[in-house]
Write a protein that binds this ligand. Sequence first.
Ligand code: CAA
Ligand code: NAD
Length: 284
Amino acid sequence: MGIQRVTVIGAGQMGSGIAQVAAQAGYRVQLHDLTEEQVEKGLAVISRNLSRQVEKGRFQQLEKEAILSRLDGATDLRKAAGEADIVVEAVVENMAVKADLFRQLDDVCPAHTILASNTSSLPITEIAAVTKRPEQVIGMHFMNPVPVMKLVEVIRGLATSDEVTQTVEALAKEMGKTPVEVNDFPGFVSNRILMPMINEAVYALYEGVAEKEAIDEVMKLGMNHPMGPLTLADFIGLDTCLSIMEILHEGFGDPKYRPCPLLRKYVKAGWLGRKTGRGFYVYE
Ligand code: CAA
Ligand code: NAD
C-alpha cells in the first residue's frame, strides 16, 4: 500500500518527533493535538530542531523550509485525519484515552487508513478491538528522541495483517529507522526490560542505597549507558514511566513489577521530569 499522507495525533515530545521524521522523509504530515497551543508548541520544537541541523551544516535553509511546508497543524480530528493513509497516535499512555481516540479515528478515516499506535506498553489487540478494522491496527513504537534513535518496535496485534505489517516496516525504513517486529505482550520487548531497570533505580533512591547522582553515575560509567536511569526517567516523563510499570504489573500480575512508591509520589506532585521542569532533577 502506498503511503503519502501521514497524520500524527499528539504533538508532545514523541508526536512532534514522529511528525518531524515523517516530513523529513518527504511525506505530507498533519500534526494534531487538542489545543492550538499544543500544536504550535510541537511545530516550534520541530522548527528549532531543523534550525540546529541547518546551523550544523547538515541541511540548507531551503531544505528546512521545504520540510516545514509539508507540515500542517490541526485541532479538528476530521480535518487532521480525514485524508490520511496512516495515522500514528502518540497521546498519553492511557487505555481509556487511546480507545476513545481510536473509535473516533475509525469513524473519520477512509477505509484504507492504517491506524498505528506509538504506545509504550498497552495491548495493541485491545486498542484494535474498539475499531471495525483490527487487521489495520498496529504498534509503531518509536524511541525518544525520535530524530536520533534508530529503533521502531513494530507490534502486531492478534488480527494485524501481513500487508499492514510490511507497509509499516517499509515506512519506518523510509523514515531512516530500523523496524524490529515483536509480539503483543505488556511492555513489548523494550519496556519489559528497560522500565523495571528504571523502577529499580527509583527503589535504590527510595531505600537510600545512594544519592540520585551516584545511582546515575554508576550506570553511566559502569555500564556505558548514555544517561543514568533517573536522568532517563526524567527524559521519558515520570507519568509515562509510572503508566508503563502499572501496565506491566497489571498485565503479568507479578509483584516484581510493582511501581516504586517514590515514583508514584513524584507523579502525584506533578514532578513529571523535564517536561514540567522538575522530576528527580530540576531543569531551568
Ligand atoms: N531531539 C532531537 N535531537 C536531539 C535531542 C532531542 N530531544 N536531544 C539530543 N538530540 C541530538 C543532538 O542534536 C545531537 O545531534 P547531532 O549528533 O546530530 O549533533 C545528538 O542528539 C547528540 O546530542 P548531544 O550531543 O546533545 O547529547 P548526547 O550525546 O548526550 O546524546 C541522547 C543525547 C541521544 C539523548 C543520549 O543521551 C541518549 O541516547 N540517551 C538515551 C536515550 C534513550 O535511552 N532513549 C530511549 C528511551 S525509552 C523509549 O523511548 C521507549 C519508551 O516507550 C519509554
Ligand atoms: P507528552 O505528554 O509529551 O505528549 C502527549 C500529547 O498528547 C500532549 O501534547 C497532549 O495534549 C496530547 N493529547 C492527550 N490526549 C489527546 C487526545 N485525545 N487527542 C489529541 N492529543 C491528545 O507524551 P509523550 O512522551 O509524547 O508520549 C506519548 C505517547 O508515546 C505515550 O503513549 C507514551 O507512552 C509513548 N512513548 C513515550 C516515550 C517517551 O520517552 N516519552 C517513548 C516512546 C513512546
